[in-house]
Design a protein around this ligand. Structure first.
Ligand SMILES: CC(C)(COP(=O)(O)OP(=O)(O)OC[C@H]1O[C@@H](n2cnc3c(N)ncnc32)[C@H](O)[C@@H]1OP(=O)(O)O)[C@@H](O)C(=O)NCCC(=O)NCCS
Length: 206
């Protein structure tokens, strides 16, 4: 009896957490898209919002150990939104995927709080081995349109990745990385010209 009641308390907490995270995603879209015309606009017409909201339920099913169904639902999610998020991917609060089509977020990817990504972004793996093989984004990271962030690398808090970039090494916090392969053009608000001396000392240089 006690077990059943503690399980139902847990379920209530879980539903609360999911809805509260979805609320933070809604606020993120309103704050970060100047084209958003209000909550109803986002709820009705933003595939990025739909995909993340669905993922939050799918991820919970996945974590509760239900086989097959979460993966199938993530495919249904992809069919309707053009956004593929593996059920195991861990997504922080206030996540905004703008436009969305073509986004892929891999199985062991982790995304911190208040991150923004645009259409065509891949958070992908570079290894066929099981285990951690996808990137970790810190908090307040922005990944521009069409960028590929590949491997078990870390993108630091407040970092920006330029549209079309390919990033295969860690990016430090407060840095802007652009190009193929990505190089740092800004760190702590100070422009970095390549190949600068400071840049040569950073371990992330490709
Ligand atoms: C990376 C980004 C955030 C940098 O913006 P910023 O801080 O204002 O930096 P700047 O525009 O001053 O650019 C700094 C340098 O990086 C270069 N650069 C900027 N973005 C680049 C990119 N995506 N690819 C390659 N080089 C880029 C600039 O040419 C400049 O080089 P220079 O100093 O040799 O002239 C921005 O360019 C970007 O790509 N944002 C993504 C936006 C997006 O995806 N929008 C989609 C809307 S649908």
């Amino acid at each position: 009896m006690e077990n059943r009641s503690s399980r139902s308390t847990e379920n209530v907490r879980f539903v609360d957490d999911v809805f509260s995270a979805i609320g933070s995603d809604l606020r993120a879209a309103l704050e970060r898209d100047p084209a958003a015309r209000g909550a109803a606009d986002v709820i009705l017409s933003y595939p990025g919002f739909h995909a993340v909201a669905a993922h939050r339920f799918i991820h919970a099913l996945h974590r509760s150990g239900i086989p097959l169904l979460p993966r199938w639902l993530s495919n249904v999610n992809r069919f309707f939104t053009g956004i593929e998020i593996h059920p195991n991917a861990r997504i922080g609060r206030g996540f905004f995927i703008d436009h969305g089509m073509g986004v892929v977020i891999g199985e062991t990817a982790e995304v911190g709080d208040n991150c923004t990504i645009y259409q065509g972004v891949t958070l992908g793996g570079t290894s066929l081995a099981r285990g951690k093989r996808h990137p970790t984004l810190g908090n307040n990271v922005t990944v521009g349109v069409g960028a590929a962030v590949l491997g078990a690398i870390t993108i630091g808090d407040h970092a920006k990745i330029g549209g079309g970039s390919v990033v295969v090494r860690d990016v430090p916090p407060n840095a802007t990385a652009v190009g193929v392969p990505a190089r740092i053009v800004m760190k702590d608000g100070i422009p970095v010209s390549a190949p600068a001396e400071e840049e040569a000392n950073w371990t992330w240089v490709i």
